[in-house]
Design a protein around this ligand. Structure first.
Ligand code: FE2
Length: 290
């Protein structure tokens, strides 16, 4: 995850942030478990296999509850391309799969694999790894008290959201497009622009189908609540200048989403922006986060 990929009240070193309102942030046993699962990421080299995690029965139960709810919500609120992708995705309903298990299947489908993250990953590493077919994903599970909401990416978000994308060459190509641009860039302000555009497309993008916004972004696809609230969002046509000028929230549901008519349009818009970026590109208006 990048520093703006999701709502991240927990800092990289495990300290709690100001937005610490989730039950997981006040549960020492949960925090110890989370940190223990995340710890191997500290020395992880991109491309090395993630270590296996012995998930508890309670953690598998959380997966089952979220999978059941999200799967049903996707059927109603996901776009056609995402629903086609999930048919290809290796996602068991009854247990949390291991990174290596899902990654091996994804690699055969699109050339992508998961690589281990423990929390926040710097933009250049997170985005640039996509050029080489690696997506940084965590292994810890959200707190069981509120299974249908997580304030930070967990294994359920990464596997049920990005795992669906990375089973389909159409989505995988979008990740590579973002990754190749990030690999050319050293300027942190320009990398942040790429990250902001990634946020409003591959995390929170929607397509208009049958006159309604349908989710394709991974954050939406893995969020039961947000898919059910799409009708309450302000939907704007996908436009890079508008995206970069739009404030967004990392502590709650997105009030503004950007819509395209097809994945081909998303590809065209992203390529038109990313292909002309270099380190001298003037940062446009920085997005603000609340
Ligand atoms: Fe994500």
């Amino acid at each position: 995850m990048t520093d703006n990929q999701f709502r991240t009240p927990i800092a990289a070193d495990g300290r709690l942030g100001a937005a610490s309102v989730h039950p997981g942030f006040a549960d020492p046993a949960y925090l110890r478990r989370r940190q223990a699962i995340a710890a191997p990421a500290r020395d992880h080299r991109v491309g090395n296999p993630s270590p296996p995690v012995a998930y508890s029965p309670a953690e598998h139960q959380t997966w089952r509850r979220v999978h059941r709810a999200v799967w049903a919500a996707q059927a109603e609120h996901a776009c056609r391309a995402a629903l086609e992708a999930r048919e290809r995705a290796p996602l068991p309903a009854d247990r949390i799969p291991q990174h290596t298990e899902v990654g091996a299947r994804l690699r055969a489908l699109t050339g992508f694999d998961f690589t281990l993250a423990g929390g926040v990953v710097a933009n250049r590493r997170f985005l640039g790894s996509m050029a080489h077919g690696y997506f940084h994903a965590v292994q810890f599970v959200r707190h069981p008290a509120v299974p249908l909401f997580t304030p930070e990416p967990d294994v359920i978000h990464d596997v049920l959201g990005h795992g669906i994308h990375l089973a389909d060459p159409r989505f995988a190509d979008l990740y590579r497009l973002v990754g190749r641009a990030a690999m050319r860039i050293d300027n942190p302000d320009v990398l942040q622009m790429i990250s902001d555009v990634y946020w409003f497309t591959l995390e929170y993008g929607v397509l208009e189908e049958h006159g309604r916004p349908r989710a394709y972004g991974a954050a939406l696809l893995s969020s039961y609540g947000e898919m059910r609230q799409l009708h309450r969002c302000r939907i704007r046509p996908l436009d890079i200048d508008a995206v970069l000028a739009t404030e967004y929230t990392i502590t709650g549901y997105q009030p503004v989403l950007f819509s395209a008519r097809s994945l081909e349009e998303v590809t065209d818009v992203l390529a038109g922006f990313l292909d002309r970026l270099d380190d001298d590109s003037a940062p446009l208006r920085r997005t603000n986060r609340s």
